[in-house]
Design a protein around this ligand. Sequence first.
Ligand SMILES: *[C@@H]1O[C@H](CO)[C@@H](O)[C@H](O)[C@H]1NC(C)=O
Ligand SMILES: *[C@@H]1O[C@H](CO)[C@@H](O)[C@H](O)[C@H]1NC(C)=O
Ligand SMILES: *[C@@H]1O[C@H](CO)[C@@H](O)[C@H](O)[C@H]1NC(C)=O
Length: 407
Amino acid sequence: MKSLAVLAVYLIGSSRQAAVSSRQANNANLPPLKFNADGKFQITIFSDMHFGMYSWLPRGQKEDKKTTKVMNDILDYERPDLVVMNGDLINGDGTFAHNSTHYIDQIVKPMVDRKLTWASTYGNHDHQLNLPAKGVFEREHLWPGSRTRRMVPGLAAGVSNYYLPVYPATCDPEKDGDKCAPELLLWFFDSRGGYYHSSVEKTRTPQPNWVDASVVEWFRKTNAELKCRYRKIIPSLAFSHIPINATDAVQKHWDPRRHPGINDEVGVAMQGQGWCPEGKHDWPRCKYGGQDVPFMQALSKTKGMMGLFYGHDHGNTWCYKWNGDIAGMPVPGNGMNLCFGQHTGYGGYGDWIRGARELVISQDKLKDRVFESHMRLESGEVVGSITLNATYNHDIYPATPNQKTYL
Ligand SMILES: *[C@@H]1O[C@H](CO)[C@@H](O)[C@H](O)[C@H]1NC(C)=O
Ligand SMILES: *[C@@H]1O[C@H](CO)[C@@H](O)[C@H](O)[C@H]1NC(C)=O
Ligand SMILES: *[C@@H]1O[C@H](CO)[C@@H](O)[C@H](O)[C@H]1NC(C)=O
């Protein structure tokens, strides 16, 4: 009997080991992302979950189960093909070094339970003295379904810089090679910020809060290579946690019926905020240092770029089409849409109703660079349904009610 019990323990132990290692191996072999047979591809964007807030706060980590419920409910309503977690997954300024990345296990569970696949960008709260974004990345890959990659080397680049191709339903890049060209490219950028991890700097040293020049260069080069390889411009979407300065410029033209959404935070917290033009962090003396200009230029010069999605400001949820010259902006827009998400977490500041931005992309509308979006709220309600087409900014929609949900 005793030896059987020992054997049982041994078997349970080893199957657990096997589960962990096969999980790690699986993500390299995830099937390519594809449009469905009906020509649609849907993305759910979760923003600013802020798991692991200081446990002594009213908004502490005991509230995280509410965030999990928001995620579970939204995934059941929407059944997306891909989930994007657009930064501030963990509130790393309040977590302990010994287990700061472990919150990922709870964060990815709604997707793992449904065998869904996801892709992350990291936010300023994922880059902290006690929380290395690199560790968040490694923890994600203990679970089956993470497509988060790291394509740009070097400390300055941050971690979550990569792209994902989405192929048509009718071909398979693994069998058909380059004859199966992507229909859509998804680009992910690490806007960094927060603080360097203690393995880099022992004291809390601010980390630049913009997409690094090395990443902009990689984006330009890789995009040009893809255009050459497939002999076409591939429509694309981009994700980055912190908004760009153009968002601050277009906010002055926000109209509740043309840009449905909440607009409670006037003065966007943007890349380069708190940094002086010469590169020193000095808040509040330096409001904005202009370090995101190369990123904005690269985006606005990218043919086929249809939208940039960010979080960071929990009280803003609108989209604006950045077209032509905007007063005061040195970089003209190319018609790409600049969109906030919806605050998903019960962690993080603000009581605006929790939810997610949904992107519904139809293959047949991509030639016109058109796609659809709406917000799915924790109440189950859908608000802010828009068509991001040539006349967005001019079309009239119902204004989004400014709802709140408290703890
Ligand atoms: C991390 O450890 C602390 C205690 O040191 C505990 O309160 C917290 O719940 C732990 N978090 C996770 C995700 O394991
Ligand atoms: C940033 O946006 C403001 C408008 O909010 C604009 O006046 C300024 O010129 C912009 N700066 C850069 C470098 O884009
Ligand atoms: C864009 O979409 C809106 C809403 O569906 C519609 O009213 C408008 O006519 C469309 N514009 C174009 C150019 O198709």
